[in-house]
Design a protein around this ligand. Structure first.
Ligand SMILES: C[S@@+](CC[C@H](N)C(=O)[O-])C[C@H]1O[C@@H](n2cnc3c(N)ncnc32)[C@H](O)[C@@H]1O
Length: 334
């Protein structure tokens, strides 16, 4: 996963006037294909880059539901609601909870999309503790006290999880080859003095990685920070719950799209979309189909995933690992 987003503000050449540059923006709008008067859900509002483009297409009769768990994103969403060219409903919740709630309400949509992971705004706010290049309290919670999930800060994780759990988390969610050494160093060092800041954690990690390997694959803390961020926010659990809940609200002909930034996310999106586009699942040696299963969706576009153009990758390095996938509902199975 060396391709993961570099959660390092110094790696990023962001436009000065934009808190977050939307990735694969035109491609996402083309995939969701919003039409005037339709209803669409943006599961990850952020700074509203994708939402602004979709809102233009929906027009005054259209409805855009925007979801985020981050208080700063939600402030922007409220301002967006006041000025958007379509009707806007703001939902402050983790996206899995939001879609489950919408489904329970009997809400129907023509499209929904996710732009997964964190925003540049979150990295840039040093006090949130996402960046390993800035010393700050070790927090990493995207949602601060959101009702749907009681998140534990990264400081609590490194203070309380045992070495085995830390090793498994750093190894699996960060794909860090020195996970065992880092986990043992955390447990040893926290007994000496609590690890409560990003700076101290970076120091502990850096010293745990053998000197020749320290900067061989980017910053030595990059993979551990990614693992802690994913764990703290239950990012993979959220995706696993949100995709079927979002699919549940999509009407016939409606579209679901997702942009992922690393293989752990993309694998989930790919697997779920494949389950929707798959027809018969009978063993190949059966002469006739007995499962009766027909595809619920078809892939949008000629390729199963879309990557940013070389120009976008050059102008926005954060986009490099992005992959966009989308499906269209072709029939309801219920
Ligand atoms: C990559 S940014 C989205 C950027 C946005 N598309 C734009 O153009 O500005 C991801 C956003 O999703 C939010 N987010 C991530 N996981 C979430 C979850 N499980 N529930 C709700 N919001 C989430 C983050 O707080 C962040 O604001």
């Amino acid at each position: 996963m060396g391709e993961d987003i570099p959660p390092d503000p110094s790696d990023e050449r962001q436009a000065q006037d934009a808190p977050h540059r939307p990735v694969l923006a035109e491609e996402t709008v083309a995939m969701v294909d919003p039409q005037p008067g339709q209803t669409v859900v943006d599961g990850t509002f952020g700074a509203g880059g994708h939402a602004a483009l979709v809102a233009e297409r929906l027009g005054p009769e259209g409805l855009l539901v925007v979801v985020d768990r981050d208080p700063v994103a939600l402030e922007i969403a409220e301002r967006f609601q006041a000025t958007a060219p379509c009707r806007v409903r703001v939902v402050a919740a983790p996206f899995a909870d939001a879609f489950e709630q919408l489904a329970a309400e009997g809400f129907r949509a023509d499209g929904a999309y996710f732009d997964l992971g964190m925003s540049s705004m979150q990295i840039d706010q040093a006090e949130r503790g996402f960046a390993y290049t800035r010393d700050a309290p070790l927090d990493m919670r995207m949602g601060l006290g959101d009702g749907g999930s009681e998140l534990t800060s990264a400081a609590e994780v490194v203070a309380t999880w045992d070495a085995e759990t830390l090793q498994r988390t750093i190894g699996e969610l960060g794909e860090e080859r020195y996970a065992g050494r880092i986990a043992r160093a955390i447990v040893r060092e926290r007994e000496r003095e609590p690890i409560e800041t990003t700076g101290r954690l970076v120091d502990v990690i850096t010293r745990a990685v053998p000197t020749p390997a320290r900067y061989a694959a980017g910053h030595p803390a990059k993979r551990t920070f990614q693992a802690l961020r994913i764990a703290v926010n239950d990012e993979l659990g959220q995706i696993d719950r949100a995709l079927p809940a979002a699919w549940d609200v999509i009407d016939d002909g409606g579209r679901l799209a997702a942009i992922s930034f690393h293989s752990l996310e993309d694998r989930r999106v790919k697997r779920y979309f494949a389950s929707l586009t798959r027809g018969c699942v009978c063993p190949p040696d059966l002469p006739v189909c007995v499962c009766g299963r027909t595809p619920e969706a078809e892939t949008i576009g000629r390729k199963t995933s879309v990557a940013p153009t070389p120009e976008e990758q050059e102008s926005n390095p954060r986009s490099r690992s992005a992959r966009l996938r989308g499906v269209r509902r072709i029939g309801r199975s219920r």
